[in-house]
Each structure stands twice: as structure tokens, then as C-alpha cells.
Design a protein around this ligand. Structure first.
Ligand code: NAG
Ligand code: NAG
Length: 191
């Protein structure tokens, strides 16, 4: 009887040893491992508010946005459905293009709605000023350009904006045939 008990205990010990060793090893095996935020030097998450003006110049020698493609029916669509433009728009501190440049909006926009004027926006904000110099934010959203305020998600970032998430609010400041000036308020969580 006693012998059997000892054998059982030994067997369960062996079992638990293998069970836990696979669990522990499983954590660092293969191509992934879990990590504490401190190991990446991440401290407290903070919320920042960025305010700037985007200049989208579509005509003239100094154009910053260019139409690169359109569909066979774009020219008869009341919303320009199917066109695609690439932009490298300057971002300035104030509404005047001559005010301090803080970065650029690089990416593309496309007319993606048949019945209202709504753009699909895919772009990176590349900042060149202050503590955000060299850091980027990525935006992906729906821009119904003739609405008062359009909200678009910030889906990530790099540099000081690693792990970024938040939203941007765009408000048209001034619009002409040649260009539009859009006021951006960006609210973003990052480390
Ligand atoms: C639209 O563009 C097509 C070529 O892509 C052309 O054949 C057609 O005439 C254009 N229609 C208008 C209304 O400009
Ligand atoms: C942000 O974008 C700029 C311009 O494309 C690039 O030079 C820089 O390396 C990017 N920053 C990071 C942290 O990836």
C-alpha cells in the first residue's frame, strides 16, 4: 500500500514537472514572448493635443496634391466617385501658409462615396518641429468634406507616438478652386 502511494506521488511529481516546464518554456519558445512595458522603456501613457493647419493645393506650380487615377465614370459622377489623389501637404502652426511649418501630411485620398462627397483618407503626419520632430502619426478615416467637423481615427504612430491611438477632427478653414486650408485638432494617447 505504502509502496503504491510513493509510486503515485512520484508519478504525479513527474507529471507536474513536465506540465509546468512546458508552460514556462512555452512563454519564450518560438517567435514570440511576453514582455513587460518597462522592458521597452514605456512609462506612463499620456494624452496630447496637436493643433495645426493643412494646406491642400491642387492647382498651379506649387500644387501639393495630384490626381493620379480615376474611373471611367468619375467625370460623370456628381461626387467624382473613383478618383485617387496623392498628397504631400504642408502643415503649419497658423492658417497662413507662411507661418511656421510643423510637418507634412503624406498619403492619399480617394472619392469613395457615390451619393455624397466623402473621401477615404490614408495618410501619415510626419512632424519636423519640437519634441515631435522625427515622429509620425498614421490616420485612416472617412472625410465628408462638406460637413462642419469630420472625425477620423489615428490608428498608430512611430517615435514618440509608438502605440498611438486617438482621433483627428478636421474643419475647413478656407476653400477655393486652387486650394483648401483645413484646421486639424488631433487628440492622441501615446507613451
Ligand atoms: C469622361 O471620360 C471619358 C474617357 O475616360 C470620355 O470618353 C468621356 O467623353 C468623358 N465624359 C465627359 C462628360 O467628359
Ligand atoms: C517618420 O517619418 C519620417 C519621414 O518619412 C522618417 O524620416 C522618420 O524616420 C519617421 N520616424 C520614425 C520614428 O519612424
Amino acid at each position: 500500500m505504502e509502496k503504491m502511494l510513493t509510486r503515485l506521488t512520484t508519478m504525479s511529481l513527474i507529471f507536474f514537472f513536465f506540465f509546468f516546464s512546458t508552460l514556462v518554456a512555452g512563454k519564450s519558445q518560438g517567435f514570440s514572448r511576453s514582455l513587460s512595458p518597462e522592458a521597452l522603456g514605456l512609462k506612463k501613457e499620456k494624452l496630447s493635443h496637436l493643433h495645426f493647419f493643412l494646406h491642400d493645393i491642387v492647382e498651379g506650380e506649387k500644387a501639393t496634391a495630384v490626381r493620379v487615377a480615376e474611373a471611367w465614370m468619375t467625370n460623370t459622377s456628381k461626387t467624382g466617385f473613383g478618383f485617387l489623389a496623392i498628397m504631400d501637404d504642408p502643415l503649419t502652426e497658423g492658417p497662413d501658409l507662411g507661418s511656421k511649418t510643423v510637418g507634412r501630411a503624406q498619403g492619399m485620398y480617394a472619392s469613395a462615396a457615390e451619393n455624397e462627397f466623402a473621401l477615404l483618407m490614408v495618410l501619415n503626419f510626419a512632424f519636423i518641429e519640437g519634441k515631435y520632430k522625427g515622429s509620425n502619426l498614421s490616420l485612416l478615416g472617412r472625410n465628408e468634406v462638406f460637413s462642419e467637423v469630420r472625425e477620423m481615427p489615428i490608428i498608430g504612430g512611430s517615435g514618440v507616438f509608438r502605440f498611438a491611438r486617438g482621433y483627428a477632427q478636421a474643419k475647413t478653414h478656407k476653400i477655393t478652386v486652387e486650394s483648401s486650408i483645413v484646421e486639424y485638432n488631433v487628440f492622441v494617447y501615446h507613451y
